[in-house]
Design a protein around this ligand. Structure first.
Ligand code: GRF
Length: 215
């Protein structure tokens, strides 16, 4: 068992960050957050981090001439911290291949759909428009293709007849706050390991995403 050293990247409210902090503080998750980084100065997640004594820093992407220059500044901030995993929690910037390769096998993202369905934005709206009966959230490894890396864990919920985008957002957040800490707990326990892009669970190469049941 290893205590995980994490860096969390955010762009907004940081409710997933909060769920991770709460799980660490309650002793359920054996981890520490070395730093929270935001690309937006007004991200409320920065305040959440500060309230819990976690180093928090904004690297404002609008101050950089290119995506590459922004990512280089991010790499410079992250590398000295030697994180076991970099947790993207509502981080709304596309990362360059240079960044992704630098942290291969250590980059996690949460996406509000049952990937590979609805990569990209407006996932709840698209699920409603398609008349889907079910929707959900996924945690996956970040690869060069957006929202396309190996899926680690998914949680599914029912779309009720009168559900709105706000309802789905609410349902998605509720399960997100359970499954990110769960994945991190398995990584800390080394039940879940990533070897050259291939997730293993209990030493077996995973052939399909794990499904969250809440057990
Ligand atoms: C989540 O719904 C996540 O799936 C998406 O961005 C949202 C972040 O929410 N990538 P929060 O900032 O953690 O509250």
């Amino acid at each position: 068992m290893a205590s995980l050293n994490l860096v969390v990247l955010i762009s907004g409210s940081g409710s997933n960050l909060q769920a991770i902090i709460d799980n660490i503080e309650s002793g359920r998750l054996d981890a520490r957050i070395a730093c929270v980084l935001s690309n937006r100065p007004d991200a409320y997640g920065l305040t959440r981090a500060e309230k819990h004594g976690i180093p928090a820093k904004c690297i404002d992407h609008t101050e950089f001439a290119s995506r590459e220059a922004f990512d280089s500044a991010m790499i410079e901030a992250i590398e000295p911290l030697q994180p076991d995993f970099i947790v993207l929690a509502g981080f709304m910037r596309i990362l360059t291949p240079n960044f992704i390769h630098r942290f291969e096998d250590r980059l996690l993202n949460i996406h509000p759909s049952l990937l590979p369905k609805y990569q990209g934005l407006n996932t709840h709206q698209r699920a409603l428009e398609n008349g889907d009966a079910e929707h959900g959230v996924s945690i996956h490894l970040v690869t060069e293709v957006l929202d396309d890396g190996p899926i680690l864990l998914q949680a599914t919920f029912t779309i009720e007849q009168n559900d709105t985008v706000a309802d789905l957002e609410h349902k998605a957040h509720a399960v997100e706050h359970l499954i990110y800490p769960q994945v991190l707990e398995w990584l800390a326990q080394e039940r879940l390991t990533i070897r050259k892009g291939q997730p293993h669970f209990d030493e077996q190469p995973m052939e399909a995403p794990l499904q969250f049941t809440g057990d």
